[in-house]
Design a protein. Structure first.
Length: 934
C-alpha cells in the first residue's frame, strides 16, 4: 500500500496546516516541504527498478468506481516533479511570505499538491476527473486570494479551466460507456480505440481540448499571463511545475490510445507550434519579467504539445526530458522574480539594469536558469531542445513535413534565445541599483540555487536523470526500456545541432538589433486580446443568462405553475388511457371520509382567505390532516416527518409574514379563473396518476428485497431508516450536501439583501399588543416541554434503526423545540439562536464522510459496519444518522435565526412612534443644533 501511503502523507498534511502555522508561523513551510519529500521517498521505494505498481481501494463497487492507483514511469516523473518542486517552493515561501500565520496559503498549496499527486497516480477515470477538478478549484482559490485586483483574473482562469473540465468529463463518460469500465489501464487498452473511428476521434478531440485549457494552448492561452497576479511561489508551482503540466500529463497518458485517430497528431502539432511561436513573440514584447516568463511558459508548453503529437518513442523521450528541464529552469526563474521584487520593488527589466552588482549570486543563478530556457550548452535545456529537433526531423511523415515542423520549432527557439538574452543583458551592465533589506533570504536563495544548479548538473551528467525520463518515455510509448535511447549532452553533428546553432545565432542577432526588433514589435500583433475575449465571453454569458431568466423571473408562484401543470396533464392523459379502472380493494373508510372533509374545509379556507395569516393556518390544517392520514395507513415514519415539517413550516411562514403585508393583493376574475383551472387540472392529474401507478401494482422487487433482507443485512427492523442509512446511504449523503448548500443559500439571501417590510399596522395600547403578555402561555410550556422535546429528539435518533425515528425526524423534533423556545422568549433571548449554523451543517457532512470512509474497511464507501458489545448491537449507520441530524438541524437553525432576527427589527422600516410621546420634528432639532454650533 505504498501509493496509498504516499497519498495519505500529503493529504493528511492539509488539515494539519492550521496547527503547524499556529506553532511555527511562516516556518511551517519546512515541515510541509518535509512531508512532500517523505512522499517522494515512499514512491521512489515503491517504484524502485522502474517496475509498475498498482493498488486498489474499493470505493463504490456497484458502479465500478474505486480508488485505483498506478505508479509507472510516467506517473513517477510527474510525481517527483510535483512533490520535489513543491517541497522547494514551500521552503522558499518561509522567507517570501509576509503574513505571520499564512494558514490559507499553505493549506491551498498543500491541497493542490495532494490533488496533483492524486491526478498522476489515478488509474480510474472518475478519480482522474475528480483530481483534475480539484486542481482547478485550488488554483482558482490561490489566485483569487492574491489581492483586491485578483478577482477578475481568477474568474477568467476558472472559466477557461472549467470548460476544459467539462470537456474531460465528456471524454470520461464516453470512454466508460464504450469500454464498459472505469479502470483507466483497461479502458486505454480497449480495442474500441482502433476499431471505432468515430469514438476514437471524438474522445481524442475532447481530451486534447481539456489538456490545452490547462496547458494554456491557443486559443486558451490568455489565462496564464492573466493569472500572474498571484504571488511568486504560486506562479513558480502552479504555472511552471504543476498545474500547466497537468495538461501535458493528460496528453501523454492518452497518447497511445488517442494516436489511432488521425486528427490527434495534426491537432497537437499544429496548435503546439502555433502556440510556441506566438507565445515567444508575446514574451519578446514584454518588459515585466513575470509577464515575459508567463508567455515563455506558454511557448515552451506549445513545444511540448507539438512533440507529443509526433508520437514516436524518440519524441516521448524528448518530451520527458523537456518536462524536467522546464520545471527546473522556470521554477527557478519565477522564484528569482519574487526575490527581485522583494528587494527592488519592481519587475520592470528597464529599471533593473546592473542588478548583478547588487545581487551577484541571484544574478548568477538566474543566468543559469535562463541559459537552460534558451537551450545553451551545457544545460539540460540544451539536451531537451536537441532531442526535440531530432524527434521532429525523424517524424513518421514525409521528410519535407519533418523539416517544416522542425523549422517552425526552430523559429520559436530563435525568439526564445532573443528574450532570454534580453533578460541577461538587462541585468548585467550598469550601475548597481539600490536594494532594500529583506528578512534573511537564505531559504529563498537556496531554493533558487537548487533548481537552477540542478538544470546545469543534469545537463552535464544526464545519466543522473536517465532512468526517470526513460521510464516515462517507455510508459507513454508502450514499449520497454531497452528500446528507449539515452540522455547525452553530445548528440554528434547533424540536423539538430545545425538548427540549435542557427537558433542561437539568430537570437543573438535579434538581441544586437533590439532597437529595430522593439520598433517592429511595438504594436498589437493580433487584432484582439485573449483576456478581452475571455472577459467578453464571461460578460455575454451572464447577460444571456439574465435575459433567459427574465422570461420566468416572477415572484408570484403561480407564474411558475403553468408549464409543469401542462406537462403533467399531458402525461396524465396517457395514464388515463391505459387505466383499467379503480382497484377492487379501493373502499373508503369512515376515518378517510372524515379526514377528507377536514382537508376540504382547509383547502376552501385557503382559497377564500384574504388575510395571509388565515391562509397559513388553513394550510397547516391541510398538512396536519395529511399527516394523520399517514398515521391511519400505518406509515409512521412518513407521518412523523410530515407532522414535524408542517409545524416548522407554519413557524417559518409566520416569520416570513412579519416581512409582508397582512392582506393579499386584490386579483382580477380572469386570474382567479385561470388559477382555479390550473389547480383542478393538477389535482385531477395527480389523483389519476396515483391510482394508476399504485392501485394495480404489486410490491416491487426492490421492496421485497428490503423487507426480506433488511434485518439480516443491517440488523434494523425499521425498513424506512435502513433504506436511508444503509441501502441508499449514497443518495442520503447527496441530499445532505444539498441541505448544507441550502443553509448557505439561506444565509447568503437573507444577509446580502435588506428586508423589505410591508406596511405596519398602527399599534394599540392594549394587552394584545404586548408580545410578552401574549407569550405567557408559551413561556410556561417552554420550561418543561423544550427539555422533553430535546430528550425525545435524542431518543428518536437512537431508536431510528429499529423503530420509527432516525436522524431526520430527530432533527425536526429538536428544531421544533428550538422554535418553541424562540417563540416563547422575549427579543433579548434570541441569543439562543446565535449558533454557527453553517458549522453545524458542515459538521454533519464531515461526520457522514467520516462514516463513509470507515466503510472502506469493509470494501465500500458508506458501507455500515456492525458490532455487538455486551449484547447491544452497534452500527456505524447510527453515526451516519448523527450526520443527518446535524445537517438538517443546521439548515432549519439558519432559517429560524435569520428570519427571526429580521422579524424582530425589520430594516428599512421606521419604528412606530410610542403612543404616549408626542411626535418630534427631528429635522427642526437638527437645524437648532446646527444653529447653536459656534
Amino acid at each position: 500500500m505504498s501509493l496509498t501511503l504516499a497519498l495519505l502523507v500529503v493529504a493528511v498534511s492539509v488539515p494539519l496546516v492550521p496547527v503547524l502555522t499556529r506553532l511555527l508561523g511562516r516556518q511551517a513551510g519546512w515541515a510541509l516541504g518535509g512531508g512532500l519529500l517523505l512522499a517522494v521517498g515512499v514512491l521512489i521505494q515503491a517504484g524502485a527498478g522502474t517496475r509498475t505498481v498498482s493498488e486498489t481501494v474499493s470505493w463504490m463497487p456497484t458502479v465500478d468506481v474505486a480508488l485505483r492507483l498506478r505508479l509507472d514511469g510516467l506517473s513517477m516523473l510527474f510525481a517527483v516533479l510535483v512533490l520535489g518542486i513543491g517541497a522547494v517552493i514551500m521552503v522558499y515561501s518561509t522567507s517570501y511570505l509576509t503574513d505571520r500565520r499564512p494558514t490559507g496559503f499553505y493549506t491551498l498549496m498543500t491541497g493542490f499538491a495532494a490533488a496533483m499527486l492524486l491526478l498522476v497516480l489515478a488509474d480510474d477515470l472518475v478519480v482522474l476527473w475528480v483530481a483534475w477538478e480539484l486542481t482547478t478549484v485550488c488554483s482558482y482559490l490561490l489566485i483569487a486570494r492574491s489581492g483586491p485586483t485578483a478577482g477578475p483574473p481568477a474568474t477568467r482562469t476558472l472559466l477557461v479551466t472549467v470548460a476544459g473540465g467539462l470537456s474531460l468529463l465528456g471524454a470520461v463518460a464516453l470512454v466508460a460507456a464504450r469500454t464498459g469500465t472505469t479502470d483507466l489501464t483497461a479502458a486505454l487498452a480497449h480495442p474500441a480505440w482502433a476499431a471505432d473511428a468515430a469514438f476514437g476521434t471524438t474522445v481524442a478531440v475532447l481530451v486534447a481540448v481539456a489538456a490545452m485549457t490547462k496547458a494554456a494552448q491557443f486559443p486558451f492561452h490568455a489565462w496564464l499571463a492573466d493569472a500572474m497576479v498571484a504571488p511568486a511561489p504560486v506562479s513558480a508551482y502552479l504555472h511552471a511545475a504543476a498545474m500547466v503540466k497537468a495538461g501535458i500529463y493528460l496528453l501523454m497518458l492518452f497518447a497511445g490510445a488517442a494516436s489511432h485517430a488521425p486528427v490527434w497528431p495534426v491537432l497537437l502539432v499544429t496548435v503546439g507550434l502555433l502556440t510556441a511561436v506566438m507565445g515567444a513573440l508575446f514574451a519578446l514584447q514584454r518588459h515585466d519579467m513575470k509577464e515575459l516568463l508567463a508567455y515563455s511558459t506558454v511557448s515552451q508548453l506549445g513545444l511540448l504539445v507539438a512533440v507529443i503529437g509526433i508520437g514516436t518513442t524518440e519524441a516521448m523521450l524528448a518530451a520527458s526530458v523537456h518536462i524536467a528541464a522546464h520545471a527546473l529552469f522556470k521554477s527557478a526563474a519565477f522564484m528569482h522574480v519574487g526575490l527581485m521584487e522583494r528587494r527592488t520593488g519592481t519587475r520592470d527589466l528597464r529599471r533593473l539594469r546592473g542588478l548583478a552588482r547588487s545581487m551577484p549570486w541571484a544574478a548568477a543563478m538566474i543566468t543559469l536558469a535562463v541559459a537552460s530556457m534558451a537551450g545553451i550548452v551545457p544545460t539540460l535545456g540544451f539536451i531537451s531542445k536537441e532531442m526535440i529537433f531530432e524527434a521532429m526531423l525523424d517524424a513518421p511523415a514525409a521528410p519535407a513535413i519533418g523539416w517544416l515542423v522542425a523549422l517552425v520549432a526552430a523559429a520559436g527557439a530563435v525568439l526564445t534565445v532573443a528574450y532570454s538574452a534580453r533578460v541577461i543583458l538587462t541585468l548585467l551592465p550598469g550601475p548597481a541599483p539600490e536594494v532594500r533589506p529583506w528578512r534573511p533570504t537564505a531559504s529563498m536563495s537556496a531554493a533558487i540555487s537548487l533548481t537552477a544548479l540542478a538544470g546545469t548538473v543534469f545537463g552535464v551528467a544526464g545519466w543522473l536523470l536517465a532512468d526517470l525520463v526513460r521510464g516515462a518515455a517507455a510508459a507513454t510509448a508502450g514499449t520497454t526500456l531497452s528500446e528507449i535511447g539515452g540522455v547525452y549532452l553530445w548528440h554528434g553533428f547533424g540536423g539538430p545541432l545545425m538548427l540549435s546553432v542557427l537558433a542561437i545565432a539568430a537570437g543573438v542577432l535579434l538581441t544586437v538589433w533590439r532597437g529595430h526588433t522593439d520598433r517592429l514589435l511595438d504594436r498589437a500583433l493580433f487584432p484582439g486580446s485573449g483576456v478581452r475575449a475571455v472577459q467578453s465571453l464571461h460578460d455575454n454569458t451572464i447577460a444571456f443568462g439574465r435575459r433567459v431568466g427574465a422570461l420566468t423571473r416572477n415572484d408570484a408562484p403561480a407564474a411558475h405553475m403553468a408549464a409543469p401543470v401542462v406537462l403533467l396533464g399531458l402525461a396524465g392523459l396517457g395514464v388515463v388511457a391505459g387505466w383499467p379502472g379503480a382497484p377492487p380493494t379501493l373502499r373508503p373508510h369512515a376515518i378517510d371520509v372524515g379526514l377528507l372533509v377536514v382537508m376540504m374545509v382547509g383547502i376552501v379556507t385557503v382559497v377564500r382567505a384574504r388575510v395571509r395569516l388565515t391562509a397559513v393556518i388553513a394550510t397547516g390544517v391541510v398538512g396536519f390532516s395529511v399527516a394523520m392520514w399517514f398515521f391511519v395507513l400505518g406509515a409512521s415514519d412518513v407521518a412523523l416527518t410530515q407532522l414535524l415539517v408542517e409545524i416548522l413550516t407554519v413557524v417559518i411562514m409566520v416569520l416570513v409574514l412579519r416581512r409582508m403585508r397582512p392582506r393579499f393583493a386584490a386579483v382580477g376574475t380572469r386570474r382567479s379563473v385561470l388559477a382555479a383551472a390550473a389547480a383542478l387540472a393538477a389535482g385531477t392529474t395527480a389523483t389519476l396518476a396515483t391510482l394508476a401507478f399504485t392501485g394495480h401494482r404489486s410490491l416491487s422487487p426492490a421492496g421485497e428485497h428490503f423487507i426480506r433482507e433488511a434485518q439480516t443485512l443491517t440488523g434494523g427492523t425499521n425498513i424506512v431508516n435502513t433504506i436511508l442509512v444503509d441501502f441508499r446511504a449514497l443518495d442520503t449523503f447527496g441530499e445532505l450536501v444539498v441541505v448544507a448548500v441550502a443553509a448557505m443559500a439561506v444565509s447568503a439571501l437573507l444577509t446580502a439583501h435588506p428586508a423589505v417590510g410591508g406596511t405596519s399596522e398602527p399599534q394599540v395600547d392594549n394587552p394584545l399588543s404586548d408580545p410578552q403578555r401574549n407569550a405567557v402561555f408559551l413561556t410556561v410550556l417552554d420550561r418543561f416541554l423544550v427539555p422533553l422535546m430535546l430528550l425525545g429528539s435524542l431518543y428518536a435518533l437512537l431508536r431510528g434503526h429499529t423503530a420509527p425515528g432516525g436522524g431526520f425526524i430527530a432533527a425536526l423534533l429538536g428544531t421544533c423545540a428550538l422554535a418553541l423556545a424562540y417563540l416563547s422568549a422575549s427579543s433579548a433571548r434570541t441569543r439562543m439562536l446565535q449558533r454557527p449554523f453553517l458549522a453545524i451543517a458542515g459538521a454533519g457532512i464531515l461526520v457522514a464522510v467520516g462514516t463513509g470512509a470507515l466503510g472502506l474497511v469493509d470494501g465500500s464507501f458508506l458501507r455500515p459496519l456492525h458490532a455487538e458489545v455486551l449484547g447491544v448491537k452497534l452500527t456505524t449507520a447510527l453515526v451516519f444518522d448523527v450526520g443527518v441530524y446535524l445537517a438538517v438541524f443546521g439548515v432549519i437553525l439558519a432559517a429560524l435565526r435569520l428570519l427571526g432576527a429580521a422579524s424582530t427589527d425589520t430594516p428599512g422600516r421606521r419604528p412606530p412612534t410610542p403612543p404616549h410621546q408626542p411626535h418630534t420634528d427631528t429635522r427642526a432639532d437638527a437645524r437648532q443644533t446646527e444653529g447653536a454650533t459656534p
